[in-house]
Design a protein around this ligand. Structure first.
Ligand code: SF4
Ligand code: SF4
Length: 467
């Protein structure tokens, strides 16, 4: 496998899941039939809202029939995160890109985006929806496209009593001043990949990557929220301790996310990283967190696992770190042409995984919805051999079970994270007393954030205060 571009160049394609993975975005991963709702939030049963509404033709019929007559969920029923691939154009062509990008090609039309907004906001039972703009490179679209798109989403959300949030995964290779203003105006949260400290780059790579870091600093100066994702890939896995030090001291980060690269998309068929290589990177991060007693940089996936290790009863459902993840239910990918995908980690041109088109969701029949629900269930049930022994595995306590999208798209169709998870778990046991201190610091940090509150000032701007 050739060298990975150190900043974004290899890794930013891991982006949407990078932002999502391990996050606390979703709490409604698999709504039971009885919890399906009308767009207005009422329980959906034909007896309650349909033919027999308001009548009592059968004594107490609901328990008997509600499951039989419950409508299947629509594509957007439980969605809280939409990964919107606004273009498949990109100004880079990264070795590990999980997309099929090109220099020219189609962008999402503004009409298509508005239809997505309309249907997703009106059909989801979630009171908040995040639009994560992805690509290709989303900053290749003109500013006016975003202004019109985001104003429309904000207006429709307000009229429906819902909230929308915006995020974007960008390679930051070009960052016009107007884009920084756009990020500020609409509070767009950026996701950026930084895979290597600048001083570890060789001369052939330095030009592009130093520019990325410079743009990253411009965002910081402008107080635009920018989260860092580092992929663990074949060129950087031995350097993670140094990367942690650099992210803390130079990039001024308090946390980051380290996701393992899976050879899919542009890297399809390349040999995957060995479990020992993955663990080498993760152990370096754990060692760094121990050495700094959790008071410096924190890696989010490991922080989540430490929570499950020390306080399993407190564990909250997450989008990705589950046996059955939120793909196809709380998260959906959307292609520039408006096709729906189970997750942003599928490429725009993989029709085998399409869940239908946006435009079909308005008039979807009961049969269509049942087929959709079955398709999603089947998707999660594929390749069960990856989890044949989970019940007997002690590491199950912390396990995230791998990413089904990457498993299905890779040549091996194997869960690359299984063995490294077992290795991490054994290391957590070995370093338990040191890690307890780290975990206590993480808890303090989280509690510190929850001891703050927000109030609008007289200009309508939110301000955060500490208790
Ligand atoms: S580490 Fe592997 S065997 Fe163990 S619970 Fe996770 S996926 Fe299952
Ligand atoms: S397929 Fe599932 S685990 Fe993978 S990124 Fe999507 S939601 Fe997360």
């Amino acid at each position: 496998m050739g060298p990975a571009g150190p900043f974004c160049l290899a890794a930013l394609r891991q982006g949407p899941a990078g932002l999502l993975r391990g996050s606390q975005v979703c709490s409604a991963l698999q709504p039971p039939a009885a919890a399906w709702v009308w767009p207005d939030g009422h329980p959906y049963t034909s007896l309650g809202r349909g033919l027999f509404s308001g009548q009592s033709l059968v004594p107490n019929p609901l328990p008997m029939f509600s499951r039989l007559f419950s409508a299947p969920p629509s594509a957007f029923s439980a969605v809280s995160t939409l990964i919107v691939k606004v273009t498949y154009r990109c100004n880079l062509d990264c070795l590990y890109c999980y997309e099929k990008v090109s220099k020219t090609g189609q962008d999402m039309s503004i009409e298509q985006f508005k239809e997505l907004v309309e249907l997703s906001l009106s059909q989801t039972s979630s009171d908040q929806l995040t639009f994560l703009f992805h690509g290709g490179e989303p900053t290749l679209l003109p500013i006016v496209w975003y202004e019109e798109a985001l104003d429309y989403a904000l207006t429709r959300a307000q009229s429906l009593g819902k909230r929308v949030k915006f995020a974007m995964q960008s390679n930051l290779v070009r960052l016009k001043e107007e884009y920084i203003q756009l990020f500020q105006r609409y509070k767009i949260q950026l996701g950026v990949s930084l895979d290597q400290p600048v001083f570890l780059l060789d001369d052939s790579q330095r030009g592009g990557e130093t520019k990325v870091f410079k743009n990253f600093r411009r965002l910081q100066t402008a107080k635009v929220k920018a989260g860092v994702l580092a992929t663990i890939n074949s060129s950087n896995y031995p350097n993670f301790y140094t990367l942690c030090e650099w992210l803390w001291s130079e990039a001024k980060q308090r946390s980051f996310k380290a996701n393992v690269v899976t050879p899919v998309g542009a890297a399809h068929g390349q040999p995957p990283l060995q479990a020992e290589q993955i663990f080498m990177a993760q152990k370096a991060i754990i060692d760094y967190m121990i050495a700094t007693q959790g008071q410096a940089l924190i890696e989010s996936n490991i922080a989540l696992e430490l929570g499950r290790y020390f306080e399993p009863e407190q564990a909250k459902p997450t989008l990705c770190h589950e046996k059955t993840c939120g793909a196809g239910r709380s998260a959906l990918g959307v292609t520039p042409e408006g096709h729906l995908l189970p997750c942003g980690r599928f490429a725009w041109n993989e029709p085998a995984y399409y869940l239908g088109h946006i435009s079909e969701q308005q008039q979807a029949s009961r049969k269509d919805k049942k087929l959709l629900a079955q398709k999603i269930t089947d998707f999660h049930a594929k390749k069960p051999e990856n989890w044949y022994d989970c019940e007997n595995c002690p590491a199950q306590k912390v396990c995230g079970y791998g990413c089904q999208a990457f498993i299905l798209r890779s040549a091996e169709q194997a869960n690359l994270d299984c063995l490294p998870t077992k290795m991490r778990f054994a290391y957590y046991q070995e370093k338990e007393s040191d890690l307890k201190l780290v975990y206590e610091e993480i808890q303090k940090r989280q509690a510190g954030y929850s001891r703050t509150f927000r109030i609008k000032d007289k200009n309508g701007k939110w301000k955060r205060y500490k208790l």
